[in-house]
Design a protein around this ligand. Sequence first.
Ligand SMILES: Nc1ncnc2c1ncn2[C@@H]1O[C@H](COP(=O)(O)OP(=O)(O)OP(=O)(O)O)[C@@H](O)[C@H]1O
Ligand SMILES: N[C@@H](CCO)C(=O)O
Length: 291
Amino acid sequence: MITVRAPATSANLGSGFDVFGVAFDRPADIIRVERAEQTTIDITGVGSQYIPTDPDANTVGAVVEALDAPAHIEIDKGVRPASGLGSSAASAAGAAVALNELYDRGLSRSELVPIAAEGEAVVSGTAHADNVAPSILGGFTIATASGVESVSTDISLVACLPEIAVSTRDARRVVPETAQMAAVVETVGNAATLAVGMCRGDPGLVGRGMDDPLVTPARAELITGYGAVREAAINAGATGVTVSGAGPSVLAVCRARDQRAVGNAMLTTFDNHEVDARVYQTQVSDGATIL
Ligand SMILES: Nc1ncnc2c1ncn2[C@@H]1O[C@H](COP(=O)(O)OP(=O)(O)OP(=O)(O)O)[C@@H](O)[C@H]1O
Ligand SMILES: N[C@@H](CCO)C(=O)O
């Protein structure tokens, strides 16, 4: 049996829609795989009642197919589904790393990224790699059609998960199909600023680069209290705030000393909007580990 811990992730970071991602130190999914004639899936943990065990409908099933690696797979969910914290991706990333090891396929971590991304197509219709890349490689990742880059960095994050479910499939329907050139120019500038900030470990630059006029405004509408939560986090010291992945989690970047204040401000403001929430004080961390 091979056991892998695959971390939660946050994709987009505002200006990097379908491209940027970061790995968290927690929460994480635990994936256990054993060789079998036929693929079967058992799921426990947070939100497991909402996740299909049919391999054709679960993200790990697509990974089994791509690696031709039938197995009995146990998924212990630490990352709630429909959270915006890369729940579906954590399972796919963990399965890719575990099955590659179990069947001795010899693929590199980078080669496993497009394989795990096939799982995302199962749930959202698109094989976007911006969550699976950091869950497999760790750090801050840039996933494009021509490959994936990863840098390790020391950036503190606060992810606030409200008790609202937003599916990636639904959140992709509100993404505008066209964009004004001025908004594209602004987004490119912000994305470049963010990438430099990650390389320098500078939360001020990362936060400044998270602003996104293209996708985030439409998605913010799906999250009760988003505007007020964002403002409260900024007032508590966050250097940037955006929708995490497809939502409903809200992601703040800050200095380590401000993490607690930012998290409390976000929780209190969701509570003022009668939304229960929980907070993860985390930082950009390593990718999947074989235990
Ligand atoms: N192994 C899995 N883990 C979690 N969700 C899964 C899995 N397999 C299939 N799903 C389905 O995927 C959906 C959750 O994925 P979705 O992409 O919507 O959320 P997310 O991964 O938390 O968000 P995001 O990609 O925005 O970070 C649910 O409908 C769930 O049933
Ligand atoms: N880039 C994806 C991440 C969520 O799966 C999106 O925002 O739709």
